[in-house]
Design a binder for this molecule. Structure first.
Ligand code: PLP
Length: 393
């Protein structure tokens, strides 16, 4: 058959295979292990917001194709949210675009803004869709590695500067950062902002964990720094903030020119989705501050439960300043191969984790690190900690 004379999957995607999450979730299912691999909460978000979705569905709001840029109620709520939390002003009509989760926002931004051959600087370890989307857009990814330093994974700003070339088109940021839990500081963001302006780069910034910050860490959108609003696409999502990851409602905020560019790609990916959920998320974004405070306090307790448990089980723990993931170093347990460790962990201890190495181009830099999600019920985390304690007992 002629079709078989060359590989079916094109060269841009062939390197990616299936995601580690599929492999590890299958392993969890087969072994009955507790799945702290994939990052989704095991309880749903606020009842009031679920009811808002039901109401929209019953009232016939959003059951047919919503407007391409998203329903006006949600675009207004996103603009209000950016103003209230960060003092950023965006016009709901021309500067907000609703997307199918942050995932589509990332894909559409890269497909719209990159020419083949453009270089994209991404913080390594990186969220798995970044590499695939850069590849689909024909771009070249240039990873800058976050390295452990004083109990956190930090960006080397000189290294970042050194990686910018005449082919660099954009810097792809993620703060708070998955998987390391690092929250970029004002000082770090200021240097990145200066570099972007000096070298005329765009910034696409994935801020889906914006509300999940701990210990006084402050989430600062780079778009709020001087000179950055006009060159930044900011990405948000309801999934992580409101514990409705299945709804896939995300958005970008950016200048009219950038928003129009991203919309050009987005309209041919999905056009629109999640009609009734868009109305519910509009309501969620307007929840009082107590919702966001309670979310943080609740996750902080779980972070500490899991972090303390991992430390007790012998891991070196990088207690995160943001996100709902904790990265641990397995070397004190006598091995430095995180991939082999995670493949064996369900049988050994009945827990699933993700090896950070899969989020690196420089695999050796990520080899000894593994990621656990703590967005799970307290009883589940307690049981996981109890099981992990058996590793050294
Ligand atoms: C979960 C996640 C996403 C995807 O968000 P969706 O809204 O579910 O598409 C994007 N970026 C990061 C860093 C994530 O952890």
């Amino acid at each position: 058959m002629a079709v078989m004379t060359r590989p079916l999957l094109n060269r841009r995607l062939a390197a990616f295979g299936t995601t580690i999450f599929a492999e590890m979730s299958a392993l969890a299912l087969r072994t009955g292990a507790i799945n702290l691999g994939q990052g989704f909460p095991d309880t749903d978000g606020p009842e009031q917001i679920r009811e808002a979705a039901v109401r929209a569905l019953r009232d016939g709001r959003g059951n047919q194709y919503p407007p391409g840029p998203g329903v006006p109620e949600l675009r207004e709520a996103v603009a209000e949210h950016q103003l209230k939390h960060y003092g950023l002003t965006y016009d709901p009509d021309t500067e907000v675009l609703v997307t199918v989760g942050a995932t589509e926002a990332i894909a559409a931004s890269l497909l719209a803004l990159l020419e083949p051959g453009d270089e994209v600087i991404a913080l390594e370890p990186y969220y798995d869709s970044y590499a695939a989307c850069i590849a689909m857009a024909g771009g070249t990814r240039v990873p800058v590695t976050l390295r452990p330093h004083d109990g956190a994974f930090r960006l080397d700003l000189d290294e970042l500067r050194a990686e910018v070339t005449d082919r660099t088109r954009l810097i792809l940021l993620n703060t708070p950062h998955n998987p390391t839990g690092t929250v970029l500081s004002r000082a770090e963001l200021t240097v990145i902002a200066e570099l972007a302006q000096e070298r005329n780069l765009l910034v696409v910034t994935d801020e889906v964990y914006e509300h999940l910050v701990f210990d006084g860490a402050e989430h600062l959108p780079i778009a709020s720094l001087p000179g950055m609003r006009e060159r930044t696409v900011t990405i948000g999502s309801a999934g992580k903030t409101f514990s409705f990851t299945g709804w896939k409602v995300g958005w970008i905020t950016a200048t009219p020119e950038l928003t129009a560019a991203v919309r050009s790609a987005k309209q041919f990916l999905t056009y629109v989705a999640s009609g009734p959920f868009q109305y519910a998320v509009a309501e969620a974004l307007r929840l009082p501050d107590t919702y966001f405070d309670d979310l943080r306090a609740d996750l902080l307790a779980r972070r500490d439960l899991l972090s303390d448990g991992l430390a007790g089980a012998g891991f070196t723990v990088y207690r995160p300043a943001g996100t709902y993931f904790v990265t641990a170093d397995i070397r004190p347990l006598g091995t430095s191969d995180g991939i082999a460790f995670c493949r064996a962990l369900p049988e050994r201890a009945g827990v699933v984790a993700i090896p950070n190495a899969v989020f690196y181009d420089h695999r050796e830099a990520g080899a000894p690190f593994v990621r656990f999600a703590f967005c799970k019920r307290t009883a589940v985390l307690q049981e996981a900690v109890e099981r992990l304690g058996r590793l050294t007992r």
